[in-house]
Write a protein of this length. Structure first.
Length: 418
């Protein structure tokens, strides 16, 4: 099917989703989870084809984003079941006003309609997006990247079998078959067919959608995430947080890309940081982190001099830009100049300093003594996420069920006229 045909079929499926009650949607989600696990052999075979095609063309970190295992498929299925267990946002009464003339005005949560998601090489996004869209009463049209196309096809085939088993239209979840830029442009300009567009990927994809979309678009941001180590930080805690935020999975948007250290502790702390991220990892046979240092940091430890763009780069790799600042206020100013508004952290035992930092840092998620890796729908109790919104209108931070709903006013009376 062409992209336009897929969009029209998705639009036609919308009434069935609008009428589906919570029990029907939950049954479909559980059936989709069961089918995903039952079809794991076919999904893994498709993923092996994607991995073979990508091998040698992308780095190891990006291959990890693409790879599926039985454990990851089990996690995807569990994500569907977790969404089924969450409260249904559709029909939730957000407010009630009773007017003197007897009119009752209810503000009620309703689905967006047809939600299009453009994403890149993470196959799990396919099932996450489908789960959230379905539970919130939306039809979803997925447009994945070419690197994960085989995997996405196999996953969508399984999900659609689950939908059919539950009596819902297969077209409630669709995958665009055209993986050229033309299909992305068609989604961006599908006025009357797409109610909401969500890009989830690198800076180029997001910029293209924001600049060219004629349909409503939520900007999900790249993650230039910062960790500021204050002079009142506990060193062991800071090292543990930075290590986790940088190395647990460097290819994701909530991984730390910049570490800022208070000048008063830089001489003592930076050698500990280098030992933890480079020497200790190398001794364990793990890939060491390349530290890119500003002039003040380079005076304390050896490393690669930071280039002009290093504090504005989402590395998605074992690279960390390191700088020295005079305090929380300067750290916040640095973050304001270089952050993408995703997730930023302060490590300190000083509550007043932390409060100042939190007040000054205008990001979707601001952490105090916690790794930035927690900016995630599952970790926030949302089941999974559609993306991390770095804008402020309608949705901000991990986008779960409530962020995929709009609202309408339902007014009832007994014949009042104006």
């Amino acid at each position: 099917m062409t992209t336009q045909e897929i969009l029209r079929a998705a639009r036609a499926a919308r009434p069935a989703l609008q009428r589906a009650d919570t029990e029907r949607k939950n049954a479909a989600l559980r059936a989709m989870a069961d089918r995903l696990w039952a079809d794991r052999a076919a999904i893994l075979a498709a993923n092996a084809g994607d991995m073979e095609a990508a091998s040698g063309r992308v780095g190891e970190v990006m291959l990890d984003r693409l790879a599926l295992t039985e454990e990851r498929i089990a996690g995807m299925a569990e994500g569907l079941r977790q969404v089924a267990a969450l409260p249904d946002p559709v029909g939730k009464v957000l407010g009630v006003v009773e007017r003197p003339n007897g009119i009752v005005i209810r503000k009620v949560s309703v689905p967006m309609g047809v939600v299009a998601i453009i994403y890149e090489s993470r196959p799990n996004v396919t099932s996450d997006a489908a789960a959230l869209a379905l539970k919130s009463g939306n039809v979803c049209v997925l447009r994945g990247g070419k690197e994960a196309f085989r995997s996405a096809c196999a996953i969508v085939d399984a999900l659609r079998e689950g939908l059919a088993a539950a009596g819902l239209p297969r077209e409630a979840v669709s995958l665009v078959q055209d993986i050229t830029r033309q299909s992305a442009r068609e989604l961006m300009t599908a006025v009357g067919l797409v109610d909401l567009l969500i890009p989830r990927g690198g800076a180029g994809l997001i910029r293209s959608c924001v600049e060219n979309a004629l349909v409503p678009c939520i900007q999900t941001g790249t993650g230039i995430c910062h960790i500021y180590v204050d002079r009142d930080a506990e060193a062991d805690m800071a090292l543990r947080i930075i290590d986790n935020a940088k190395t647990s999975r460097p290819s994701v948007c909530n991984a730390a890309e910049v570490c800022l250290v208070h000048r008063d502790i830089a001489e003592a702390f930076l050698p500990l940081l280098k030992k933890r991220l480079t020497e200790d990892r190398a001794a364990k046979g793990l890939q060491p982190v390349e530290l890119r240092l500003d002039k003040s940091a380079a005076a304390a430890i050896n490393g690669v001099p930071a280039g002009e763009a290093d504090f504005d780069t989402e590395f998605l790799d074992y690279i960390l830009a390191v700088g020295v600042v005079d305090g929380a206020e300067e750290a916040a100013a640095h973050i304001a100049a270089h952050s993408t508004g995703h997730s930023d952290c302060i490590v300190t035992s000083n509550a007043r300093t932390a409060a100042d930092f939190i007040a000054l840092v205008d990001s979707a998620a601001v952490y105090w003594n916690v790794s930035t890796r927690f900016t995630d729908g599952g970790e926030f109790g949302l089941g999974c996420e559609m993306g991390i919104s770095t804008q402020k209108l309608h949705a901000r931070g991990p986008m779960g069920l409530e962020e995929l709903c709009s609202y309408q006013y339902v007014i009832t009376g007994d014949g009042q006229v104006r």
